[in-house]
Design a binder for this molecule. Structure first.
Ligand SMILES: [Fe+2]
Length: 302
């Protein structure tokens, strides 16, 4: 099948590896791996070699979204499909795929300039069980649902829809939120497996990344992380609450790059028929003092 199957990894540019290492281990509970490469660290959350690559380049933004296809045949079919659609896709060298610890890699940009990497064959290390960076009650929920989800910058929802449909994802508008000026905020969500959404668009902002969501298997880790974030006085952008689309309990807080991490628990599987919502179950109160400076005002770039 010519379709992406999961969000496998995310490459991030950061201005301070030291701050990110501390944040990833002590707040998020991720495992930090130093492979001896200058200005690079890897973050693990399961048996994969990594789920995040941190490169200290000063950008504090997304460097690549790593989307998986099932095998070499699917990889070839995807490359052909993207070329047929006149997209500028590049098959990467062995050196480049080795750098990502995958068997094969191709690169292209989505219509919003977000760098996409499509790969197959991640390096999975069953000999190296996940070792959390701090105490955890359970593990992270990854498996067939991938590492989590992210919301990316977009300029054109129609072009974005066509591109991600071409990658084999399904979805559409899931939130239509009324605003005082009468023009509703519309957010578009895509899934490619049982996770409700893998990538989404529509919240605007100056950076490519609005937020990345990771999900704990235990409610206790959700609550414990909230206490840690409060205790360290890390700015919270959106208070705890429950989303209408994935039914997940989450809250959002700033990371050292100035965009948001969403930490959650308890999501439901993706729905197979479209629905839309104008609000969440409850909670998720926006904190304008944190959100406005970090996002440069919602929808500023749309
Ligand atoms: Fe989210």
């Amino acid at each position: 099948m010519t379709e992406v199957t999961e969000l496998g990894y995310i490459a991030l540019g950061v201005s301070s590896l030291a701050k990110w290492q501390e944040f990833a281990a002590e707040i998020l509970g991720l495992e930090v791996v130093d492979e001896g490469e200058p200005r690079r660290r890897y973050l693990r959350m399961d048996f994969w070699h990594h789920r995040f690559i941190l490169d200290e380049d000063g950008s504090d933004d997304l460097l690549a979204l790593g989307l998986r296809v099932s095998d070499a045949e699917a990889f070839e079919a995807m490359a052909a499909k993207l070329r047929d659609a006149n997209l500028a896709v590049r098959i990467c060298s062995r050196l480049e795929s080795d750098d990502r610890h995958v068997l094969q890699l191709m690169r292209l940009d989505d219509p919003n300039g977000n760098p996409i990497e499509i790969f197959h064959g991640p390096h999975v290390q069953y000999s190296k069980p996940f070792y959390p960076g701090r105490r955890m009650y359970g593990k992270f929920l990854t498996g067939s649902g991938g590492l989590g989800h992210c919301i990316l910058r977009n300029y054109d929802l129609d072009k974005t829809y066509k591109f991600y449909r071409l990658l084999g994802m399904t979805g559409g508008i899931e939130y239509r939120i009324p605003t005082p000026d009468g023009k509703p905020i519309e957010a578009m969500f895509f899934h490619c497996n049982d996770r409700d959404h893998t990538v989404a668009f529509g919240l605007g902002g100056r950076k490519r990344l609005n937020h990345v969501m990771i999900e704990a298997e235990s409610f206790d880790d959700f609550a414990y992380t909230y206490e840690l974030v409060r205790g360290r006085k890390i700015p919270i952008g959106i208070m705890p609450g429950k989303h209408s689309n994935d039914h997940q309990y989450t809250f959002y807080f700033l990371n050292p790059s100035g965009w948001l991490i969403e930490y959650g628990w308890g999501s439901r599987p993706a729905t197979r028929q479209s629905e839309y919502y104008s609000e969440d179950f409850y909670g998720h109160e926006f904190q304008p003092d944190v959100l406005t400076p970090s996002w440069d005002a919602l929808q500023a770039d749309q």
